[in-house]
Design a protein around this ligand. Sequence first.
Ligand SMILES: Cc1cc2nc3c(=O)[nH]c(=O)nc-3n(C[C@H](O)[C@H](O)[C@H](O)COP(=O)(O)OP(=O)(O)OC[C@H]3O[C@@H](n4cnc5c(N)ncnc54)[C@H](O)[C@@H]3O)c2cc1C
Length: 329
Amino acid sequence: MEDAKPKDWKELAIMFDKKEALNELKKISNLLVAEDVSMARSSNFRLGGSADVYIRPLTEDAFVAAIQMIRREAWPLTVLGRATNVLISDHGIRGVVCQLSPDLADIVVEGEIMTASAGARLSDIAARAAAESLGGLAFSSGIPGSVGGAVVMNAGAYTGKMEDVVVRTKYIDGEGEVRFLEKDDHDFHYRGSFFNDHKDHFVINSSFQLKSTPAKDIYDEMADLSLRRYQSQPLNYPSGGSAFKRPPGNYAGKLITDAGLKGFWNGHAGVSGKHAGFIIQDGKSSASEVLEVFRIVQERVYKQFDVMLYPEVKFIGDWQEELPQRDSE
Ligand SMILES: Cc1cc2nc3c(=O)[nH]c(=O)nc-3n(C[C@H](O)[C@H](O)[C@H](O)COP(=O)(O)OP(=O)(O)OC[C@H]3O[C@@H](n4cnc5c(N)ncnc54)[C@H](O)[C@@H]3O)c2cc1C
């Protein structure tokens, strides 16, 4: 018999019944549900059209219940943390967007182990660790993302990365089952993890092994990293952080600078003049205009240096344009 299941998200999106989804999701307690919510308000790029259905779980149980329902009904689903590493299409996101931050943000400390829910801000877990004289998370204090997004991306900066501290992750799998991943099973690699190969699995919370450290040392480290970040990054412009992954043996920012693109603008979007690794917008850009900058940079660097820059930023939603080339991840 022919398989009656839809084959891809576009097919799912066509079949998606917004009213039914809204009605059903509203039955789950501790779940905020809204329709046609502009994603520009809640993404760091300050860009993007509307989510058909937008939900925010207030508890882990509500998150699990929502994912199980969405799976059962085969509704298209996008899970976001703080949306600091994504560029969302001007045409919005079809189906259900589940944004975990800022609500799903419990932080529990037991001895030298901290467990934080997926929506907890990295700045909050770093501050809590410092307050408890626990070292290991200072590196994360200036990264604007959430725990879930950081585990997926193996986020890191200066003195550390998630793989140095994560010992356990609770997640929900593609069948809607709650499972645990132990330290060595996270398959952490540069800006990626197990979750990049399992895009239908979602982080519920993660536990970190920290180390008793004098609070003053931690605060000094955080202050130093914060200064370095402030001096080197265009923090006053909306962006998605580093636009491209580091190519082997090189730096994206250096190649972009050498290609003469540092400070280059294409309308309201461009390459930062402060740090060429950042693609930014001036507040009046569209997501398409930003995408065009990604494409121009990728093509120019490839043409000039024969090096392909792959985006670190993820392109989310209903893109009608062709996206810049990605690596296998
Ligand atoms: C100014 C600036 C500076 C930055 N500096 C750094 C830096 O120094 N180092 C660094 O590594 N990154 C940096 N970033 C990028 C970004 O903050 C990190 O990658 C961060 O960890 C992403 O977290 P998020 O919650 O914003 O994820 P999102 O952008 O919301 O999502 C990123 C990806 O993870 C997925 N995802 C999110 N939550 C979950 C979940 N619970 N389960 C499964 N999948 C999920 C999303 O679907 C998406 O594919 C920076 C960004 C900005 C804007």
